[in-house]
Design a binder for this molecule. Structure first.
Ligand SMILES: Cc1cc2nc3c(=O)[nH]c(=O)nc-3n(C[C@H](O)[C@H](O)[C@H](O)COP(=O)(O)O)c2cc1C
Length: 416
């Protein structure tokens, strides 16, 4: 936290002081996945009177809507506000908005799971619709209701109330190990089908497992595994035909390239992005040097005239085709609101952690969701209803991929 002042309402008899629990949870949640490893999230801990009052008032609305009565007293509870940080978000493509909300939802879910594992149970959630502006907060900044300490670049996504529970929900060390073992693996996967029972276990009731529980009428998340040869070929075909768009789209590629770090030291000092080793696996020095030149936006602008972006797309498509499975996550609403997408991200976090426990790895292939025409074709080819918000290769790793760096937890937390 930027300040060490304790919560104004922490009774002395709690098993784990909330401040300590939050610090531990934030250290774990920092390793959540995010598009380009941009980590576009923020968390405000409401300790000031204005912030606590606003949080309680918003949650009271939700309780009225749900008819819920949890019976906790005001000074027993803590409030967190999950936010999207406009200064850290990707903006080159309109579809990045969904990826940012998904990333924040994944972070929020892991944070809440780590708090629950320390005896702090999220018992009420209220989603705040963010401003539509993609490039900065507006004058009618909805964060203002959380008082003067609320960062102006943060847009609140949801308010969560946490109550002390008598028992931890799960094993904190196991959660930490699983979160740290999860890495995006962009290498080849072992051939051979994945046990259908494992896939079935990963598909069932994911929404119900999320700590951001869906209220009646909220959009549901469906997990769809793609294992049949014809379907995998259809996904690979889309990647082959359209996967070059990111490389040939000037603004999108410039933004992507701005997250590629020169080496580990560069990645460590920035605390975000990825190295070429994380993108392509272990590379010899001359290959790394060649890739650095080839991927530079100036070179890419020239090379796309000779179809370099199409070669890269075909390479990615071959990886998709040779993977034993792919997975698509969908919201049943075709135009889901921000809250639904955040919840979708929470379900993704649970899914990815479940896959990690099952010895599986993922490599998202978002390029086929980033353009409406391609996404519509994917949905149609796979018979998906609603909106696909995440698609990935799925399999068993051949090579381990190195972990990517993270910002320090204190960079993404504020007392408000
Ligand atoms: C919503 C979302 C979309 C992503 N899309 C891609 C993608 O298209 N290609 C890719 O290689 N990785 C993708 N990733 C993976 C991130 O790049 C990765 O999570 C981040 O670099 C951190 O690395 P880690 O997952 O190994 O911790 C995506 C992740 C998220 C959460």
């Amino acid at each position: 936290m930027t300040s060490t002042s304790p919560s104004q309402s922490t009774p002395a008899n709690r098993g784990v002081a909330f401040q300590d629990a939050l610090q531990v949870a934030a250290g774990i949640a920092a390793y959540s996945p995010s598009s380009h490893n941009c980590q576009p999230w923020g968390v405000g801990w409401a300790t000031g009177a204005a912030a606590r009052h606003s949080a309680a008032a918003l949650l009271a609305e939700t309780a009225e809507q749900n008819g819920a009565d949890y019976g906790a007293t005001q000074d027993e509870v803590e409030y967190l506000v999950l936010a999207l940080d406009h200064e850290r978000q990707l903006t080159a493509l309109a579809s990045h908005r969904v990826e940012m909300l998904v990333s924040c939802g994944a972070y929020g879910e892991i944070l809440l799971r780590a708090l629950a594992a320390q005896g702090w149970r999220a018992d009420r959630v209220h989603f705040v619709a963010p401003t539509p502006a993609a490039h900065g907060p507006k004058d009618d900044d909805p964060g203002r209701i959380f008082g003067g300490r609320w960062p102006s670049a943060w847009v609140p996504l949801c308010v969560v109330r946490l109550s002390p529970a008598h028992t931890p929900s799960s094993d904190l060390a196991e959660l930490r190990d699983t979160v740290r073992a999860r890495h995006t693996n962009r290498g080849p996967y072992r051939p051979g089908r994945i046990d259908p029972a494992v896939l079935a276990g990963l598909s069932t009731s994911r929404s119900a497992l999320s700590l951001f529980r869906a209220a009646p009428g909220d959009s549901e998340v469906t997990v769809r595994h793609v294992v049949a040869d014809a379907e995998r070929a259809a996904v690979a075909g889309l990647v082959s035909r359209h996967g070059g768009r990111d490389f040939s789209h000037r603004a999108a590629w410039r933004e992507t390239h701005s997250f590629i770090r020169r080496d580990d030291a560069d990645a460590e000092s920035s605390g975000d992005g990825f190295t070429l080793g994380q993108l392509f696996g272990p590379l010899s020095w001359p290959r790394r040097f060649g890739m650095r030149i080839a991927l530079a936006p100036a070179t890419m602008r020239i090379l796309r005239h000779v179809g370099y972006h199409r070669i890269l797309a075909r390479q990615l498509a071959a990886m998709v085709r040779r993977s034993p499975a792919a997975v698509a996550l969908c919201l049943d609403d075709e135009a889901p609101g921000a809250g639904s997408v955040v919840r979708g991200g929470a379900v993704l976090a649970d899914y990815w952690l479940g896959a990690t426990r099952a010895g599986l790895v993922l490599h998202p292939v978002s390029v086929i969701l980033q353009h409406d025409d391609v996404r519509a074709e994917l949905e149609q080819r796979l018979g998906l209803s609603g909106r696909a918000f995440f698609v990935s290769r799925l399999g068993r790793a051949v090579t381990e991929f190195p972990p990517s760096r993270r910002l320090t937890a204190s960079r993404v937390q504020r007392l408000v």
